[in-house]
Design a binder for this molecule. Structure first.
Ligand code: NAD
Ligand code: MG
Length: 392
């Protein structure tokens, strides 16, 4: 049976990989709508490539360009918040949510509909508002399937047993571009060096998060919400080859692991499948050719953002929301060349510390989460100005 699909963040790295999966499975999917941020030309090209019925651009200023690019194609278009809502309100069986950053929260949340599957790549939605998001998904009756490779692997591994028998759920990290660098060398790293991921080709924000290991910290928080596993039963293992993505350690000492070549099309295809697995014509993992797989502990001295994220998960309440917001501000400043690498951690840690005494509960609604997110962003911007002045 053909399933209808809407893609949020269709022009991004995950969006493009999703398009490849969908086009390789013409009998399985029909694309209802595609959503993009600012690039009208890229969105129009993607809408045509996928034969979508509707294209929505977040940036209203790009509507004219989008319309002229789509002229004669029969594809409807819109721009701005209302168009994003129209995209998710249109009938579709599956919404693949791959907008980057907390900007994805509102449209992804609005996409929760009874009986619909959300193939979720946008981890920031869960880090910012996980409790509210998951509760609303349950109440509405929407199913959440993880696209993030580690969580997709965990989802498959967890199917081998019962939740009560899980001793540990472990996600792997490649270690990023600075895995073998000294702290001194990392301290002087440029944005281009931080963005040069050794294995995955991804969007710019997640690339920087991978270099600080904040990405793995965000993923621990994501795993907590997706699988309802607490901080003490979650762990990170550095595995540079990125072949084993997630492992479940059971109460009898057995482990179940999810392995695949590092290609996001594999977890995307898995998250989109319905009942049966899709038959994907992708290279197969050849373990004999790889020969050896290596594992090591994450070094939280050189990568303190991982420790900060673990602390936020453990503290609970609104700490993950605060951490995520401060990180987005700090990462944007680092990418713009305004601060140095370890200033990302300093800003995140400083903002988190300033919220500790308030002991705010985990946001019960998305609106509450966004209010705390806004407050933490303002605190991070203030901390950023001080950092920039201090280093000038
Ligand atoms: P990307 O930067 O390549 O793409 C982001 C997409 O979101 C683009 O289509 C962009 O136009 C759109 N967008 C940005 N701001 C928007 C807004 N305000 N409204 C609507 N659309 C907007 O990012 P990516 O690497 O594809 O990552 C997307 C999400 O998936 C992130 O949350 C990331 O953490 C997650 N993820 C990515 C990977 C990966 O391999 N790239 C792996 C796991 C998880
Ligand atoms: Mg991941």
């Amino acid at each position: 049976m053909t399933r209808s699909l809407t893609i949020l963040g269709a022009t991004g790295s995950i969006g493009r990989s999703t398009a490849d999966v969908v086009l390789a499975q013409p009998d399985q999917f029909r694309v209802e709508a595609v959503v993009g941020g600012k690039d009208a030309k890229a969105l129009a090209a993607m809408a045509k490539r996928l034969g979508a019925r509707f294209a929505a651009l977040a940036d209203e200023a790009g509507h004219h360009d989008l319309r002229s690019e789509l002229a004669g194609s029969g594809i409807e278009s819109g721009a701005g918040d209302a168009a994003l809502i129209e995209a998710v309100d249109r009938e579709s069986d599956i919404v693949l949510a791959a907008i980057s950053g907390t900007a994805g929260l509102r449209p992804t949340h609005a996409a929760l509909k009874p009986g619909r599957r959300i193939a979720l790549a946008n981890k920031e939605s869960l880090v910012c508002a996980g409790k509210a998001f998951m509760a609303d998904a349950r109440r509405i009756g929407a199913q959440i399937m993880p696209v993030d490779s580690e969580h997709n692997a965990l989802d498959q591994a967890l199917a081998a047993g019962h939740g009560k028998d899980v001793e540990k759920a472990i996600i792997t990290a490649t270690g990023g571009p600075f895995r073998t660098w000294s702290r001194e060398r990392i301290a002087a790293a440029s944005p281009a060096e931080a963005a040069a991921h050794p294995v995955w080709s991804m969007g710019s924000k997640i690339n920087i998060d991978s270099s600080t290991l904040m990405n793995k910290g965000l993923e621990l928080i994501e795993a907590h919400h997706l699988f309802d596993i607490d901080a003490d039963h979650l762990d990170v293992l550095v595995h540079p080859e990125a072949i084993v993505h997630g492992l479940v350690q059971w109460s009898d000492g057995a482990l179940t692991a999810g392995l695949a070549l590092p290609d996001m099309k594999v977890p995307i295809a898995n998250a989109l499948r319905h009942q049966q697995r899709l038959a994907m014509d992708l290279p197969r993992l050849d373990l004999a050719a790889i020969g050896r797989l290596s594992f090591e502990m994450a070094d939280e001295e050189r990568f303190p953002c991982l420790a900060a994220a673990k602390a936020a998960l453990k503290a609970g309440g609104s700490m993950p929301t605060v951490l995520n917001a401060a990180n987005e501000i700090a990462v944007a400043a680092f990418m713009a060349g305004k601060i140095r690498f370890y200033d990302i951690y300093k800003i995140v840690d400083g903002v988190c510390s300033s919220f500790v005494a308030r002991r705010l509960d985990a946001p019960a609604t998305v609106a509450e989460a966004l209010a705390i997110d806004g407050e933490a962003r303002r605190a991070a911007s203030a901390a950023l100005n001080e950092t920039v002045i201090a280093s000038a």
